[in-house]
Each structure stands twice: as structure tokens, then as C-alpha cells.
Design a protein around this ligand. Structure first.
Ligand code: SF4
Ligand code: SF4
Length: 443
């Protein structure tokens, strides 16, 4: 793609990066076929190629974003399916990140939209605030259908609909501390605590710690770490995202330089993608770029790490059929596709995948609240293709997908590590009881 940035514009490293990305796009349009919003809406401006043109025009002319541009860029899920499809290696992720920052700096959103975004940014990344908000949501949940009829309050209605109907407990292992390996220690890892996941489903990290320590891995909950910054990053709130990233880089660097870490493990793939990108995110910060790159280099999704540990192979099938949903942040953002399925099969589950595995379920961070109509349509399609597999359980490696899919189906939804832990003797995930073996459960 030809670009026409001036030399003065190109002196800005952000613009120089955007120009480089834009020039790799050859307009072929292959990406449109695998873009969930294009497939759903059929509008070129809701395709990756259309959005790339909008971003080019906005940045090249160095002008405030227009309502039209904001509408189509807001509709992008950042699912990165287009990056998997693109034959030219266009880094759409870094380009749309820049577009979102530009929009945040130059466009004045309607008051209700500003308020909703500010509330999400100031509540979701902080577990204490989020817990309090969910308690309030339990009271407000019955009013969600009423609020959905008021245009400016649709995001609030979507938030209430997605909120759990009852309080969750706290993870047994939430506080900073070290959990020793059983038997001989094979590795020492940090397990990201994160922000929304321990509030929505604390049992995931409990299962991860049981699983890892059972396999000879020492697990540390690092003092001082917090939200990865993804939620605000996807809203274009660059300074806030960088502050979260620096905080975590400091916390993990202290641990790496102290007792040492073989890996930083993440059980929410929506957090893993930006942490693996911290090196790029902080590349212009002289004090942090090397430390951030070091953190990114040892960050792994938990399935990537577990697959290196040779889990004991099941002696016989468990008789449970799992429909595996591959989170976009895992398959497109981190290119991790095989390990979760391989692990589930190793411990004895029968695993099937839907015919549209590349398409997003509509969760996408705060997307299912801010763009609830599109998100609901994507959810209905995804639930349909997962239920068509007649599963006993739906599995995913990202809490956002679990909440989104779980709000549209009666089939129990579990995290991959909850199922692995269950198969290896841990407690049953929500919606089940007893051991993982179907025959034993029936008896
Ligand atoms: S990130 Fe997803 S929704 Fe956005 S343009 Fe790419 S494929 Fe489409
Ligand atoms: S597939 Fe890649 S090169 Fe082709 S239009 Fe899409 S982004 Fe551009």
C-alpha cells in the first residue's frame, strides 16, 4: 500500500511504525473472509482491509478521528484472526492499537459512552472494586432487560446480564506466597494473579497451582503484580496500560533477579497476549525496554508450559466429551492452538472442535459490554457450533470466553486446567461432581 507521510511525521516513531505496517498490506482482501465482523455485517469498512484504509487516512492526514472511523474501529474485536490469515504479515494488532490511542486522544465520545468507558477502566482492573461492583450487579441484574431498551444504557444492561447471579469465593491461593513442588523440583514459575479472573472464577488458579505442584513445579504468587493492562490498552488508554505494564515488569524482575523464575505463566490468554508484547509496548522507554523484553521472553500460556511436562497418559478414556473453544487471544494472538487439545486428550478426554474454530465468540475484553448487539450475534453462532458437537463440557483457556459462552448455553463451561486437574484427581469443576470418569460418576 502506498503511503504519503511527510518526513516530519515520520520522525515520530509511532508514525514510522504505522507507515511500515501499512506498506506491507497489498489489498488482497484474504483477511475479509475470516473477519467475524465482516462475515456478520458484510460491510467493507467492518473488514480488516477497510479498517486499514480508515486508519491510514486518519493518521496520514494527522486529523481528529471522525464519527464514521470511530464506529468501524470500535466494532473491531481485536481478535487478530486477520493476522493469522494475512499472507503479507501485516501487523494489524500494532496498527489498530495506534488507531485506538489516536481516537482516545482526538475524539470526544458522547457523555454516556465516556462515562461507561471510564467506569470499566477504573473498576475492572482492580479486584476489590470489581468484587464490590459485582455485589451491586446482583441487585441490578433483574433490571437488565429494562435497561437494554434505553439506547445509552445498553452497555450497562449487557454488563448486568454477564455478571454472575451469585457471589464467588476467593481463590485459596490468591495472596502472595510460594507453593512448593511435590517431590523433586523441576521448575519455578510465577503464576499471574490478574484482575477479573480471580473474582469471576477463583477455582481456575486453584486448579493450576494443584496441577503444577503435583507435577513438580514450584509456584510463586509474586508480591506487587496487578492487572496486565489489556483492558485499558484495548480502550486506547495508553498511559494507564503502560503504568500497569511497568508495575508488573518491576515485580517480576525483582523475582527473576532474586530467587529466579523459569517462566511467567498465564491462565487467561487475553492477558498473555499483551504480556508477551510488553517488550514492544515499552520499546520507547529507555528505563524499561530491556526489562520488559526479558519479561515477555519467559511468559507462557499455561498450556504451552504444561505440554513440556509430559503429563501421565490416561490408562483408559474418561468417557467425557469436551467441545474445545480456542480463544482468539490464544490461537491468533499467541499462535497457541495444539497444546490445550493435546493435553486434554492425554489425560483421557474425548475432544472435538467446532467447524468455525477461527471465529470469535464475541467476548473480546469489554467488547461484549460496549458492542453488545454484535457480541450477542457472535455468541449465538459460537454456542450453536459448540452445542452441535453434543459435548458434556465446553472448555476454553480464557475467562472472557468462558463468561461469554456460559451466558448462552446450559452446557457447563470449564477452563482447560480445571479439567486437567479434575482428571488427575482434583475436585470437579462447577457443574459437575465426583471424579472425572463418567462411568464412576454414574455409579
Ligand atoms: S481483529 Fe478481528 S474483528 Fe478486527 S479486523 Fe481483524 S479479524 Fe476483523
Ligand atoms: S490479507 Fe493482509 S495484505 Fe491482504 S488486505 Fe488483508 S491485511 Fe492487507
Amino acid at each position: 500500500m502506498q503511503t504519503h507521510f511527510s518526513l516530519a511525521q515520520l520522525a515520530d516513531p509511532h508514525v514510522a511504525e504505522a507507515e511500515k505496517i501499512l506498506r506491507t498490506c497489498v489489498h488482497c482482501g484474504f483477511c475479509t473472509a475470516t473477519c467475524p465482523t465482516y462475515v456478520l455485517l458484510g460491510d467493507e469498512l467492518d473488514s480488516p482491509r477497510g479498517r486499514i484504509y480508515l486508519i491510514k487516512d486518519m493518521l496520514e492526514n494527522d486529523r481528529p478521528a471522525t464519527e464514521q472511523e470511530v464506529k468501524h474501529i470500535d466494532r473491531c474485536l481485536s481478535c487478530l484472526s486477520c493476522m493469522t490469515t494475512c499472507p503479507s504479515g501485516v501487523n494489524y494488532m500494532h496498527l489498530v492499537d495506534q488507531a485506538r490511542v489516536h481516537i482516545e486522544k482526538t475524539y470526544v465520545r458522547p457523555a454516556h459512552d465516556r462515562l461507561m468507558r471510564a467506569m470499566l477502566a477504573k473498576v475492572l482492573p482492580y479486584p476489590h472494586r470489581f468484587r464490590l461492583a459485582l455485589m451491586g450487579a446482583m441487585v441490578g441484574k433483574p433490571f437488565a432487560p429494562l435497561l437494554a431498551k434505553i439506547p445509552g444504557l445498553k452497555p450497562l444492561a449487557a454488563m448486568l446480564r454477564l455478571s454472575p447471579g451469585q457471589p464467588n469465593g476467593r481463590a485459596h491461593h490468591e495472596a502472595p506466597g510460594t507453593f512448593p513442588a511435590q517431590g523433586q523440583r523441576r521448575a519455578r514459575v510465577a503464576l499471574l494473579r490478574g484482575c477479573a479472573q480471580p473474582v469471576l472464577r477463583p477455582s481456575i488458579d486453584d486448579a493450576a497451582i494443584r496441577l503444577l505442584t503435583r507435577l513438580g513445579v514450584e509456584v510463586v504468587r509474586v508480591e506487587g503484580e496487578g492487572c496486565c493492562g489489556a483492558l485499558v490498552h484495548h480502550m486506547g488508554r495508553e498511559e494507564e496500560a503502560h503504568a500497569f505494564a511497568r508495575n508488573n515488569v518491576d515485580a517480576w524482575t525483582r523475582e527473576m533477579d532474586g530467587p529466579g523464575l523459569d517462566a511467567i505463566l498465564v491462565t487467561t490468554s487475553g492477558c498473555g497476549t499483551p504480556i508477551k508484547d510488553y517488550g514492544h509496548m515499552l520499546r520507547l522507554d529507555a528505563a524499561y525496554k530491556d526489562k520488559a523484553a526479558r519479561v515477555s521472553s519467559i511468559t507462557r500460556d499455561i498450556s504451552e508450559f504444561l505440554v513440556t511436562l509430559d503429563l501421565p497418559k490416561a490408562a483408559a478414556p474418561l468417557g467425557r466429551r469436551v467441545a474445545y473453544h480456542s480463544a482468539c487471544s490464544l490461537q491468533h494472538g499467541q499462535k497457541v492452538k495444539g497444546p490445550p487439545v493435546e493435553l486434554l486428550r492425554t489425560v483421557g478426554f474425548e475432544v472435538a472442535e467446532p467447524f468455525d474454530p477461527h471465529l470469535c465468540c464475541g467476548s473480546a475484553g469489554t467488547y461484549n459490554m460496549l458492542q453488545s448487539e454484535i457480541a450477542d450475534q457472535l455468541k449465538a453462532k459460537k454456542v450453536g457450533t459448540l452445542e452441535a458437537l453434543s459435548p458434556d463440557i465446553i472448555a476454553a483457556g480464557n475467562i472472557g470466553c468462558m463468561a461469554q459462552i456460559g451466558s448462552g448455553t446450559g452446557v457447563p463451561v470449564a477452563h482447560t486446567v480445571e479439567l486437567l486437574d479434575w482428571a488427575m484427581g482434583g475436585p470437579a469443576p462447577a457443574g459437575f461432581s465426583g471424579t472425572a470418569k463418567a462411568a464412576q460418576k454414574a455409579a
